[in-house]
Ligand binder design. Structure first.
Ligand code: AMP
Length: 179
């Protein structure tokens, strides 16, 4: 069975959640399936390897909250450290913060100032790229620390929302599935 079949089978569309007009991609059935979860973690980790399969990243960043669940095993698969990017007020020590626009209102993401060191190579992992705002804000945070974003890996990209355009072309984006 292909990776696309796995995602089709185990990521469930929830219509009009959390509000009318949104089709929410529920990854909890995928997380509950050992074979499926293993398959997608390996596929995401490819974005952090060179052509010979050698890891090329020092840190894997996951964005709160579903990004944590995917990024942590990807970090272990790559022999890298895991770093959480959190919503405002959740990290206990000094942070860099970036605010960005959501469909309705604003959001702020934070990264501990010492989480990534200047020159470190970083892979970002999240479940869904929608407008790309979350990824673009996280790239901004990483660059403030002087580290380098070598790639972004996500399970799904909602192509109609043009997240790639918002993120820009200087960072490679791997989406296991486009919907
Ligand atoms: P965006 O910043 O618009 O690219 O939105 C991406 C973030 O919102 C990710 O952290 C996703 O977990 C979440 N998200 C956005 N749209 C969806 C959706 N349709 N289903 C599930 N999660 C979503």
């Amino acid at each position: 069975m292909s990776l696309e079949d796995t995602l089709d089978r185990l990521v469930v569309d929830v219509i009009d959640y959390p509000k009318p007009g949104i089709v929410f991609k529920d990854i909890t059935p995928l997380l509950a399936d050992h074979a499926g979860f293993t398959e997608v973690v390996e596929a995401l980790a490819v974005a952090g390897r060179d052509a010979d399969g050698r890891p090329i990243v020092d840190k894997v960043l996951g964005m709160e909250a579903r990004g944590f669940i995917l990024a942590a095993p990807v970090a272990l698969a790559l022999g890298a450290g895991f770093i959480p990017v959190r919503k405002a007020g959740k990290l206990p020590r000094e942070t860099h913060a970036v605010s960005y626009s959501l469909e309705y209102g604003d959001a702020t993401l934070e990264l501990h100032q010492d989480a990534v060191a200047p020159g470190e190579r970083v892979l970002l992992v999240d479940d869904v790229i929608a407008t790309g705002g979350t990824v673009a804000a996280t790239i901004d945070l990483v660059r403030r620390s002087g580290a380098e974003v070598v790639g972004v890996a996500a399970l799904m990209e909602l192509a109609a929302l043009a997240g790639r355009t918002a993120i820009g072309t200087d960072v490679p984006i791997t989406a296991l599935m486009q919907v």
